[in-house]
Design a protein around this ligand. Structure first.
Ligand SMILES: NC(=O)c1ccc[n+]([C@@H]2O[C@H](COP(=O)([O-])OP(=O)(O)OC[C@H]3O[C@@H](n4cnc5c(N)ncnc54)[C@H](O)[C@@H]3O)[C@@H](O)[C@H]2O)c1
Length: 349
């Protein structure tokens, strides 16, 4: 079991290990006393793992309820968010009670936002069940739902009070969804740790998964503790995401977040080298690492389609793009580009 402490606007532990779901009641009791617990989970995680968490809470005498929503990105919506808020109100939850986000990034983002809104703040614990949520979305406090105009457009920063990552829950992930998480792991390696990159670049990571997740969480912790509210440094975590978000949206979310990020990382490193923004060409090694971890890297869309998305996205979020590029494996920097300049660099294919 490994504990990483995050010191942001809330100070909290991220605990990672095998078969550690059983320590949830003890941790809840230490943090909040004997509260009521609302488990928020999607339909897939509900059918695979709900009995486990319920038995653990029942066994420890914690009163608990469950809110289940349909699995998938489409549930990161204002409708599901307000269903959850109404359910909390109907069941008379109070500020002393706790929401447990039991699932992947969709569950975590949705529950984190609901926790910030309900009674202007109710306790929130993240129990990630995908690799992506373990290494990324459960830590750092970004929460959101999607709007018609785009992803994550309605959200707040709301740090969790505990993250409990039981890696045995990841054993039921499909290869494809596990691979999505590996895109974010590879991202951390390119961003900040060439040793981590070397450890994962040939695939076969499952035996070391606790250590790999912990290292990713440490890297995220280091960034978030310096720039919790995304004013500068935290944008480095968006390596591969400018184009990744465009690819995800263009596919109507058929291409998962992680796969889109893998494609986005390869494209970003190629664009950076081709346009003399970097001296080293890292794209080949990044592409190989993604492929070794079962990630598709060839973007099915032409750059014109992606450029249109980036331009319309920037109409909402600002005039310049902070384009994150790898100087070398283990170090990224951000360059500010005008939207048109960025579109020109994308080139045509
Ligand atoms: N808040 C942040 O900082 C942050 C960072 C990165 C990504 N995100 C968001 O996270 C989301 C993507 O996260 P995700 O990939 O975890 O998506 P997800 O939550 O939709 O999970 C992916 C799929 O895996 C299934 N699943 C979850 N746990 C499982 C398990 N243990 N066994 C079998 N199946 C399981 C889910 O039911 C779902 O179908 C996106 O909405 C993205 O925007 C947020």
């Amino acid at each position: 079991m490994i504990t990483v402490n995050v010191n942001a606007s809330k100070n909290y532990d991220v605990i990672i290990g095998e078969n550690i779901l059983s320590i949830l009641p003890e941790k809840l009791e230490n943090l909040f006393g004997r509260t009521k617990v609302m488990i928020v989970t999607d339909s897939t995680v509900h059918s695979l793992h709900y009995e486990k968490i319920k038995n653990i809470l029942d066994g420890a005498g914690f009163e608990n309820d469950v809110f289940v929503f349909p699995a998938g990105e489409k549930s990161k919506s204002k409708e599901v968010l307000f269903d959850l808020l109404e359910t909390l109100a109907e069941k008379h939850y109070t500020k002393a009670d706790v929401l447990v986000a039991f699932g992947g990034g969709v569950t975590g983002d949705l529950t984190g936002l609901a926790a910030a809104l309900f009674l202007r703040g109710i306790h929130i614990v993240q129990v990630p069940t995908t690799l992506l949520s373990a290494v990324d979305s459960s830590v750092g406090g970004k929460t959101a739902v999607n709007l018609k105009a785009g992803k994550n457009l309605a959200g707040v920063f709301n740090q969790p009070e505990l993250v409990l990552c039981d890696v045995t829950l990841l054993e039921t992930l499909t290869e494809e969804i596990f691979a999505d998480g590996m895109a974010e792991v590879i991202k951390y390696g390119v961003l900040a740790d060439s040793d981590l990159f070397a450890k994962v670049e040939n695939g076969n990571v499952k035996n070391n998964i606790t250590e790999i997740i912990s290292r990713c969480v440490e890297i995220k912790r280091d960034v978030v503790s310096q720039d919790e509210f995304d004013k500068g440094l935290r944008q480095l975590l968006n390596f591969g995401h400018t184009l990744g978000h465009a690819i995800e949206a263009e596919s109507n979310f058929e291409i998962h977040h992680g796969t889109a990020v893998a494609m986005g990382m390869v494209m970003a490193s190629e664009i950076a080298y081709r346009n003399n923004l970097t001296k080293e060409n890292t794209s080949e090694r990044i592409e190989k690492a993604c492929r070794a971890n079962n990630l598709e890297t060839v973007c099915p869309y032409n750059t014109k389609m992606l450029a249109e998305y980036v331009v319309s996205d920037k109409k909402i979020s600002g005039k310049t793009i902070s384009f994150i590029i790898p100087e070398k494996i283990g170090k990224c920097t951000g360059v500010k580009l005008g939207v048109e300049e960025f579109v020109e660099m994308l080139g045509e294919n």
